[in-house]
Design a protein around this ligand. Structure first.
Ligand code: PLP
Length: 374
């Protein structure tokens, strides 16, 4: 669970974090700057390359007259808008400062020391941070071919497992698993274990075999679906995430949610973004058009483009000196292009790249072609 030796914290010479806290590796976000480049191209954080909806920007601006006011405590304006847009019961919704906060709240509500969560080997880092803060164990199931493997997840589930986290599609892999597999996973879980389906990129999947989990939330007492305004809607700065879950679970988690956790400008912008079908369609069309092109071009350079259903691609590099992922990351930076190194996810030979506008994608491929030739 933790390597920290047991000590009498009361007798320590200075305040000492509880066991396990200092074993948590600090989260390292994607880089945003390159030395000497004034306007680098940032393809490192899966942000919406089109920016955000003009309607959301306008709505955000109207908040200027409300800065002195607390938001209404339960995000009821946004609650009603989401309920209506997706046909979901408002009482089953929970809102967070990004979906990151929702993962944290679920962990805090259900985990006690010695419990565990199960996730894929390349699972999104935020789940583990929250679990470890609860002095719970984080178990990683192998992902052969960079994909969630239901049987491997199930092997790690035991009587102390409280939640299984699956990002679908995954980050940083971009791969996804179909509804039938997700349902097979759920069917084999004890009813006491929560299945969290993180749909941060769900909107980008267009395969009919994909299931976002909303129907499962209605069918079962232990399924949670989370979504975010950070990717498709391009509102990452405002930190708005939400979850759809059984009503009893929402009521329990809501007891530890801090009041006013979603601010007024964020709620106004999110409601407006939700109504901007045109911006959403343009965002999806851009990714649908350029993702296959980019994958094909990268493959043509001898790189391994992992099949992605999200707004980014994970790319495998050779181990040959001069051709490695680490060197490619530095080379791209020298051209003003920032991509995401994923060594922290146990993928030292890969880089993750957000799908850009046409000129971005062409510049990226051109730079990588030069890198592979050099
Ligand atoms: C970006 C992302 C999120 C969203 O996080 P927010 O806190 O809502 O910005 C959630 N899960 C995964 C896998 C992500 O990549």
């Amino acid at each position: 669970m933790t390597d920290t030796p047991v000590l009498d914290r009361g007798a320590a010479q200075r305040p000492t974090p509880k066991p396990g806290i200092l074993d948590i590796a600090p989260y390292v976000p994607g880089k945003a700057k390159v030395d000497g480049v004034e306007h680098p191209l940032k393809l490192s954080a899966n942000e919406n390359i089109l920016g955000s909806s003009p309607l959301a920007r306008e709505a955000f601006a109207t908040a200027i007259d409300q800065l002195h006011m607390y938001p209404e405590g339960r995000s009821n304006m946004l609650r009603a808008a989401i309920g209506e847009k997706y046909g979901l019961e408002p009482e089953r919704l929970l809102f967070g400062c990004g979906s990151d906060e929702i993962f944290q709240l679920i962990n805090q509500t259900f985990l006690e020391p010695g419990d565990n969560i199960v996730q894929g080997q390349y699972g999104f880092g935020a789940y583990a941070i929250g679990a470890r803060a609860c002095q719970a164990e984080v178990r990683f199931a192998p992902e052969k071919d960079y994909r969630i493997d239901v049987d491997e997840l199930l092997k790690l589930v035991d009587g102390r497992t409280r939640a299984v986290f699956v990002a679908n599609p995954g980050n940083p892999t971009g791969t996804w698993v179909g509804g039938a597999e997700i349902r097979r996973l759920h069917a084999a879980l004890p009813p006491s274990v929560i299945l969290v389906l993180d749909g941060a990129y769900a909107e980008f999947v267009d395969d009919p075999g994909f299931e976002d989990g909303a129907a499962m939330v209605r069918e079962f007492d232990n399924v949670v679906m989370t979504r975010t305004f950070s990717k498709l809607h391009g509102l990452a700065a405002l930190r708005v995430g939400w979850a759809y879950m059984p009503e009893e679970m929402a009521a329990a988690v809501d007891r530890i949610r801090l009041p006013f956790n979603v601010n007024i400008p964020a709620q106004l912008a999110a409601v407006a973004a939700l109504g901007d079908d045109n911006f959403q369609a343009r965002s999806l069309a851009l990714v649908a058009q350029w993702r296959p092109w980019l994958a094909q071009q990268l493959g043509g350079l001898g790189l391994e483009a992992i099949p992605s259903a999200a707004n980014f691609i994970l790319v495998g590099f050779p181990k040959t000196p001069g051709r490695t992922a680490k060197e490619a990351e530095a080379f791209l930076a020298s051209r003003g292009i920032i991509v995401r190194g994923v060594t922290g996810y146990g993928l030292p030979d890969h880089l993750r790249m957000t799908i850009g506008l046409e000129e971005h994608n062409r510049a990226l491929v051109e730079a990588l072609a030069d890198f592979m030739k050099a």
